[in-house]
Design a binder for this molecule. Structure first.
Ligand code: BG6
Length: 520
């Protein structure tokens, strides 16, 4: 089978499995001339159209300040799609049909008049469902979320409706606040005009197939869950590493740092899926209840614990794969004396029956040697009685690695006998690879997330108490850093695995980081 017919078959099979009863609706994107719309949202919606996964009919309205017509909006997005579409070439017949559903509303977010204009566009159709089923995607600065919701409410496009009534949903991008008080404030603003069940807070990691597969892997297999606890697990490592530096995002990053940008959301989300208890069912509320419970069982740290268990780092000039990188402090829009962390590593304890005494090591950073996210479950070593006398037979503790990206898959590491007369042992691996098993087809996280939001399934979105609990954890650590400038040992060379203190953190427990190994 050639590559393209293989892809068609995969698309068709996904289309039939993902086709569900979803009602016609209008998707309004605020921030429609921004990067996210061009790079992610429109390519995702186009692919959903390609797979016939969108409702019939549907409309998409872009809302932004720049002067544009429907035609110029479509032309710009077509050009961007050529660059950012994950499938090439773009299918022009599908694009043309898709583009005829795209409209532009030129208006300022703070101007009430703009919302009347939007209302007129939304109501310029005879289709009753398109007029009343509305999904508002807020891809703007979070400081504008509340204002947008209020304006939408004032013109009658958004109203609070719990379970039922017509569809009125808000999808909000991260960052959701910059600490607990600001997240609470934002929640309080949104909740004035929308019920919690109408708010879909995005964490794009939850749209990744491999992240969703964590629950499937744990709860649809008989053998692993028995081992998934303090009796068998020695420790857990979660690594979310990026080769990219901060680059042109210095302005944003100065306000966030690795803690807010990656740990508060993506890393804690992965941790909660890895460590949570089985939910009563896969219903959104049941899954999210368990995730919140897990986050709440993370042991609070005193300032002394933080000093001992949390390592922050900032990169200085180096190179990644031969590509020179400036120091963080020399990046555009970064304060030359900045103390913002571009790397964090930490040890957490989950105080519940399942995990008591099992350390969880988390790390994330920019300008690291590879871009890779993985979870490693390190099991307790077997008693080395039979092989101890043999110096060539060092036993390696078993481990299970969930490779979230790239080389998506799962590997189980165990000891095997090297063929031959001598009793020589060596660790070997059993591998599952998404590519080999399902073909090279990895839908973008945003495709899944948009579809779920349109369908009204909130499982892959963050609930209010979840986001607030995660901020509570992160705030307590960040507060301990206030007025503490970075010390020399907290810097790392771009292209290395963070400051040596990150290695010392594990070494103190007799452990070491296992860096993701990329297959070439
Ligand atoms: C975003 C962060 O949420 O996630 C970025 O703001 C980061 O700084 C990105 O690069 C990583 O996402 P992914 O999907 O490339 O792992």
């Amino acid at each position: 089978m050639n590559e393209s017919s293989h892809l068609d078959e995969l698309l068709a099979s996904r289309a039939s499995s993902s086709r569900r009863q979803i009602e016609p609706c209008t998707v309004v994107i605020f921030g429609a001339s921004g990067d996210l719309t061009a790079r992610k949202l429109i390519p995702a919606l186009y692919h959903l159209a390609l797979e016939k996964a969108l409702p019939t009919p549907y409309r998409i309205v872009g809302f932004a300040r720049r002067e544009k017509t429907d035609e110029s909006f479509r032309a710009e997005l077509r050009e961007a799609l050529g660059k950012f579409s994950r499938t090439q070439p773009v299918n022009d017949a599908i694009w043309n049909a898709f583009a005829s559903n795209l409209h532009y509303c030129q208006a300022d977010i703070s101007d009430a008049e703009g919302y009347r204009k939007l209302k007129a566009i939304v109501e310029s159709t005879d289709n009753e469902k398109l007029r009343s089923n509305l999904l508002f995607y807020l891809a703007t600065n979070p400081s504008q979320f509340g204002e947008i919701a209020t304006h939408l409410h004032e013109v009658g496009l958004l109203e609070k409706c719990e379970n039922g009534g017509t569809m009125k949903r808000l999808v909000v991008e991260k960052p959701f606040g910059h600490d607990l008080p600001s997240a609470q404030e934002l929640n309080a603003e949104l909740i004035q005009h929308a019920h919690e069940s109408q708010i879909f807070r995005i964490d794009h990691y939850l749209g990744k197939e491999t992240v969703q597969n964590i629950l499937t892997f744990r709860f649809s297999n008989g053998i692993f869950e028995h081992l998934w606890n303090r009796d068998s697990v020695d420790h857990v490592q979660i690594t979310v590493a990026e080769k990219l530096g901060v680059g042109s995002r210095g302005g944003y990053y100065e306000e966030s740092g690795a803690m807010r940008d990656m740990l508060q959301n993506h890393v804690l989300q992965v941790l909660s899926l890895i460590a949570m208890e089985p939910p009563v069912s896969l219903e959104a509320e049941n899954v999210r209840d368990e995730k919140v419970k897990l986050l709440k069982s993370i042991r609070p740290m005193t300032p002394a614990d933080i000093l001992q268990n949390v390592v922050r780092g900032q990169y200085f000039a180096g190179d990644v794969d031969g590509d020179p990188r400036p120091a963080y402090r020399s990046e555009p829009k970064v304060n030359p004396k900045s103390n913002v962390e571009t790397f964090v590593a930490m040890k957490l304890w989950v105080d519940n029956w399942r995990w008591s005494g099992v350390p969880f090591y988390l790390r994330t950073g920019k300008n690291l040697p590879v871009s890779a996210s993985e979870v490693r479950i390190q099991f307790k070593p077997a008693p080395n009685i039979l092989f101890a006398a043999n110096k060539n037979a060092q036993l390696d503790p078993n481990s299970l690695t969930l490779r979230l990206q790239p080389n998506e898959g799962i590997a189980l590491r165990f000891n095997g006998k090297v063929p031959g007369a001598a009793m020589e042992l060596r660790p070997v691996r059993m591998q599952f690879s998404y590519d080999t098993e399902f073909g090279a087809y990895t839908p973008e996280a945003y495709e899944r997330l948009l579809l779920e939001a349109i369908a009204g399934n909130a499982t892959l979105f963050i609930r209010r108490d979840e986001v607030e609990t995660a901020w509570g954890i992160v705030d307590s650590i960040r507060n301990a850093w206030t007025d503490k400038p970075l010390t020399n040992r907290e810097f790392y060379l771009a292209g290395t695995w963070g400051p040596t203190a990150a290695d010392d953190l594990l070494a103190a427990d007799g452990h070491e980081w296992k860096h993701p190994q990329l297959q070439k």
